[in-house]
Ligand binder design. Structure first.
Ligand SMILES: Nc1nc2c(ncn2[C@@H]2O[C@H](COP(=O)(O)OP(=O)(O)OP(=O)(O)O)[C@@H](O)[C@H]2O)c(=O)[nH]1
Ligand SMILES: [Mg+2]
Length: 219
């Protein structure tokens, strides 16, 4: 009976994880590689992380999805590479250094540029923003990050902002839970040929999450 059930599950794709590609972007030093190191199985988190050169391909799993992650260099001269990856993205993670007020406007410019790319603009690909380094004294609250990045203006795709401290791992599980759920929806819509483009509706959820995140992940 168990074998029969296993065959039925396999035949209908039940229980087997879906594969998805996530593109991880954000300014240099924002914490992209540190976040992925925490998510990857078996890797020992370290404070010493070398700046990514070009891009690095990583793999990790959540409960229902096997992610292939493109960890992009955030260095200014490498940011042009980001645009080439969006066509394959089933999900996007944008990492913001919440302690870097000076470069908030630069981060917003890069986010806006990303949102204008056809592969992003024309598909309801879910966007998770990690307001990272919330452990730093004087770090911006998620609500401030949300306003600074202009996330409320995003109406064509689901988005969510999550406070995080990548060094301790705080906030990463919550963020990935949201991304997994929305990536599942995206993959279903993609399989159906995106019958209802623009059916997102994540803006209010994102605002609520930011408010919730404001009181978490900060010491
Ligand atoms: N305090 C603190 N430091 C962090 C956090 N996340 C990352 N860092 C540190 O920030 C530095 C840069 O982290 P990376 O993960 O290399 O940043 P990146 O975004 O991958 O940078 P590039 O590859 O150059 O684009 C490292 O020294 C990390 O230890 C965090 O949440 N809090
Ligand atoms: Mg890196």
């Amino acid at each position: 009976m168990a074998a029969l059930w296993a065959m039925i599950r396999a035949a209908f794709g039940l229980g087997s994880k879906q594969s998805a590609t996530v593109v991880v972007v954000g300014l240099d030093g924002s914490g992209k590689t540190t976040i992925l190191n925490q998510l990857k199985p078996g890797s020992v988190p370290s404070y010493e992380v070398a700046p990514t050169v070009g891009l690095s391909v990583e793999e990790f799993e959540t409960d229902s999805i096997k992610f292939q992650a493109f960890d992009m260099s955030g260095e200014s001269r490498s940011r042009a590479l980001w645009d080439r990856q969006y066509a394959s993205a089933d999900a996007i993670i944008f990492v913001l250094d919440s302690g870097d007020r000076m470069r908030l406007a630069v981060a917003k410019d890069e986010l806006d540029h990303m949102l204008e790319q056809p592969a992003v603009a024309e598909r309801p690909v879910p966007l998770l923003v990690f307001a990272n380094k919330m452990d730093l004294r004087g770090a911006m609250e998620p609500v401030e990050c949300m306003a600074g990045l202009g996330l409320q203006g995003i109406t064509t795709k689901p988005w969510h902002i999550q406070a995080s401290d990548a060094r301790s791992g705080t906030g990463l599980e919550e963020g990935m839970r949201w991304l997994t759920a929305h990536c599942e929806r995206f993959l279903r819509a993609k399989a159906a040929g995106f019958p209802k483009p623009g059916g997102a509706g994540g803006a209010s959820g994102g605002a609520a999450a930011a408010a919730a995140g404001a009181s978490s992940g900060k010491s």
